[in-house]
Design a protein around this ligand. Sequence first.
Ligand code: ADP
Length: 361
Amino acid sequence: NHGVGVLTSGGDSQGMNAAVRAIVRETLRQGHRCYLIREGYTGLITGNIEQANWNHVANVTHLGGSMIGTSRCDEFRTSDGRKKAAKVMFEKRIFYLIVIGGDGSLMGAQKLKEEWGRFGEELFAEGKITEEVANEGRELHLAGIVGSIDNDCIESDKSIGSDTALHRICEAIDGLVMTAQSHQRVFVVEVMGRHCGYLALTAAIAVEADYVFYPEIPPDDNWPEQLCNLLDSVRKFGKRQNVIILGEGVTNSKGVKIGGKQVKEEIETRLQLEVRIATLGHLQRGGSPTFLDRLLGLRMGYEAVQEVLKNSEDGGSPVIGQKTISKVMCLRGHNIERIELSRVIRQSETANEETIHRNSD
Ligand code: ADP
């Protein structure tokens, strides 16, 4: 009988509850213990952990956010913080951990795993755990699920929450278009995405936006002129409204952030048009998950349990020395594939650096 812990960390995203449900139900179905770790890594450090039963995860798939809470936890960034987390895990005999979060959260999990052996030895030497527990928990079995509305995991076609976020963005802009048309206005719509333009770009296509700014390709320095020429020409064809999508983290060629206010001012000084800014903000993370995010959460949760527990049965997953390789559940086409955590983290770091670097060249 093994203890499987699940936590959600970093920004919440719709579909996380579906993943938690599948993890709890599948772990219990296989006859193991399952633990809900509350408020992300904070709960792991403070011991805010509850043993789950079958009914804990009834009626949760349709809910947005994370039912077990999520947080940003600075203490977990330190080795001392992670050692406190390890102590709690040894005490509760949780040696199987599934982390649902963005690339930062997965990085945190990887660091915990790297130091796990040393933490176990130290805790035993300090008399904080028995030899039996130290032996039982010699290894931490880890699996990751990418929960992020940004869809910024290169290895996975979709992260949990991005489909719902897009749905919210489309709904909001469909609403704005009606009022924009009545007043012949231009709407600059700010959308989330940090370093990743997926939400901005795909939403722009789906709502027939006139212009999109996204971080991967910074606009030319003469973007105000290009943008205004474009708006001017479509207005001459009789268009009564315009939608401009502005992704988060968009900068000019000097690395200076381009904000909605600047876009508005550039248009209003060049053209006789009224411009309004709409910042969708946390609405994008709100509401019920779409069918796709529910199913993705459930499938990834189920797979993550298979991944961590297969190590326990037959030493199944690839082993380097004594260490099992941790995997992240990634959607590839219609399949969930288990991709090495270190690879997923490396890819994210490279992509973020490339975007930041390119934008500040
Ligand atoms: P996301 O997981 O959505 O990318 P963050 O980057 O804010 O969000 O990370 C969430 C949490 O994961 C952080 O508050 C911290 O507890 C942990 N974390 C992130 N990066 C690291 C790191 N380099 N080392 C240890 N823990 C980290």
